[in-house]
Design a protein around this ligand. Structure first.
Ligand code: ZN
Length: 312
């Protein structure tokens, strides 16, 4: 049993009495997990999120439905891609791979409606060579420049992550979120017109076990998520062809994965990612869902301030 599942089992509630801000916990769902559902209108107009990941497909695969939901609800979104994705293609050279994934990043932004892509372009699979303080400093600059309120990234505390690009990026993001609010961190930014600006909301996803405390219902935005994954053309093609090679070595073939590359990609996305999100949703009585460790704004002083603050 995974640690996450064990923790969930420990806290599983059987009633529907839990309710936070009108969002109910379905029967059988873990009682301390907040279910975030789609809302109508543009309640988040004026807010800004940054998806900060090393690889192009990380965000679409783990948070694509949430990203589309946020954009629908008024957020302005940016992609900050920390690596150059030079290792993720099928039988292309390093240089061809960098270019193909760079072009796919622009296609992703256009497909889902992200405002801009920032490529930090550190070498793929080698991000543990890079000083974390440098990555952090670049993120602090961007968080201040773009007035980022919310980040989506890998969970810096997720377990059994094998890819250094994932955990190095996650650690840099977490530190940059609060340091961006410091008036003595990179003060030269202020001479250029920027202001201290901390990031107050984080959605962390993970490939392995993590402490899940928020589940986003993506039933309504699943088609947008599938389109987002599909826009990572080079990477999806890589996944499909690697699987075909593995099957061929065993004298096997899946016809739906060996025909037209576009329909093979669609079939793979449905079989792997749509099926996974349906399984995740089933744990919370939802059709499709994405899981996160969520850290929200700090409200610990709100009551003290409301009791003691006076107008000046
Ligand atoms: Zn990745």
């Amino acid at each position: 049993m995974e640690r996450r599942d064990f923790l969930n089992l420990v806290v599983t509630g059987i009633s529907t009495s839990d309710s936070t801000l009108g969002q109910t916990v379905p029967v059988g769902a873990p009682a301390d997990v907040f279910i975030e559902r789609s809302v109508s209108g543009k309640p988040n107009q004026g807010k800004v999120f940054a998806l900060v990941t090393p690889h192009l497909d990380d965000g679409p695969i783990f948070a694509g439905g949430t990203i589309v939901k946020m954009l629908n609800e008024g957020f302005t979104g940016y992609l900050i891609r920390t690596s150059n994705d030079e290792k993720d293609s099928y039988r292309r050279t390093l240089g061809e791979t960098v270019l193909a994934n760079e072009q796919d990043a622009e296609l992703l932004a256009k497909t889902v409606g992200l405002k801009q892509v920032f490529d930090l372009s550190y070498r793929n699979h080698r991000m543990d060579d890079v000083a974390r303080s440098e990555i952090r400093g670049r993120l602090i600059f961007l968080f201040r420049l773009l007035h980022v309120d919310t980040v989506l990234s890998y969970d810096p505390w997720g377990h059994y992550e094998e890819n250094p690009d994932h955990y190095i990026t996650a650690q840099a993001v977490e530190a940059a979120c609060w340091m961006a609010g410091g008036s003595l961190d990179f003060p030269e930014h202020f001479a250029a017109g920027l202001r201290p600006h901390s990031v107050s909301e984080k959605y962390y996803f993970a490939r392995g076990p993590q402490l899940v405390n928020r589940v986003v219902d993506i039933s309504a935005t699943l088609p947008g998520k599938l389109a987002a994954i599909r826009s990572c053309r080079t990477m999806v093609d890589h996944m499909v062809k690697d699987l075909n090679d593995t099957l061929a070595a065993k004298n096997l073939r899946i016809p739906a994965l060996t025909g037209d590359p576009s329909s093979a990609g669609d079939e793979f996305i449905r079989a792997v990612f749509q099926a996974r999100d349906h399984f995740t949703g089933g744990k919370y009585a939802l059709e499709y869902a994405e899981e996160f460790h969520y850290i929200g704004p700090d409200h610990s002083l709100d009551e003290y301030i409301s009791r003691n603050a006076v107008r000046v």
